[in-house]
Design a protein around this ligand. Structure first.
Ligand SMILES: [Fe+2]
Ligand SMILES: [Fe+2]
Length: 182
C-alpha cells in the first residue's frame, strides 16, 4: 500500500500515531534477523494474528457496539501496514515472507487461524486485544536488542508508537463500556 493511500485510510480515523514512518531499508541482508522478524510478522503473537483477530472482533461486535467495531476496523488497517513493512524488510534481508516462523533445524511453523482469540463478549475481547498489543511491544523491544541494524531498530520504534497508541484507544473503550458505573 502506498504511504499516502495508507494515511487516507487509517490515519484519517486517528488510530495510527501521527508521525511519519522511516524509509523501509536494511543495512545488509541477514537471514538471522529475518527469522526474528518472522515472529512479529506471522508468529503466535504477530501482526497477522492481530489483523485476523481485530477483523473478527470488528464484524461480531458491529451490531451492538458500533464505536468499538469501527475502532477495531481502523486499527486492523494499521496492523496491515505493519505487516506490509515487515514483509518488505524480511524480503530485503533475504528471506521469502511466507506466513510462518522458522525455528531450530529450519523447521517451519505456518500461521494458523486457531492462534486468534475469538472471545465471547465485548470486554473479554478488548482485554485480549490490549494484552496482545503489550505482548507485541515486548517482542519488538527484545528484537530491537538483538537486531544490530539502525534502519530496522528505527522502524520497530515507530511501530511500537502505533501499538502504544492502540493500547490508549482500546483502554478508552474499556473505560466507557467495561467499568461498573458508580
Ligand atoms: Fe502492529
Ligand atoms: Fe497495534
Amino acid at each position: 500500500m502506498a504511504e499516502d493511500k495508507f494515511r487516507e485510510s487509517a490515519a484519517s480515523y486517528e488510530c495510527a500515531y501521527p508521525a511519519p514512518y522511516p524509509e523501509v531499508r536494511v543495512a545488509a541482508p541477514n537471514p538471522h534477523y529475518a527469522r526474528l522478524l518472522l515472529e512479529d510478522y506471522a508468529g503466535p503473537i504477530s501482526e497477522l494474528t492481530a489483523i485476523s483477530q481485530y477483523v473478527h472482533h470488528h464484524v461480531v461486535l458491529e451490531p451492538e457496539f458500533k464505536e468499538v467495531s469501527h475502532l477495531l476496523e481502523c486499527v486492523s488497517l494499521v496492523e496491515m501496514h505493519h505487516l506490509e513493512i515487515l514483509a518488505e524488510i524480511i524480503l530485503l534481508l533475504g528471506v521469502d515472507p511466507r506466513y510462518r516462523t522458522i525455528g531450530q533445524n529450519n523447521t517451519e511453523q505456518y500461521w494458523n487461524a486457531s492462534l486468534v482469540y475469538y472471545g465471547t463478549s465485548l470486554c473479554d475481547r478488548l482485554t485480549a486485544d490490549i494484552a496482545g498489543e503489550w505482548a507485541a511491544i515486548a517482542n519488538y523491544r527484545r528484537h530491537q536488542q538483538l537486531i544490530n541494524d539502525p534502519y530496522i531498530q528505527n522502524m520497530l520504534e515507530r511501530i511500537i508508537m502505533d501499538e502504544l497508541h492502540h493500547i490508549r484507544l482500546f483502554n478508552q473503550m474499556v473505560d466507557k463500556y467495561c467499568r461498573p458505573q458508580l
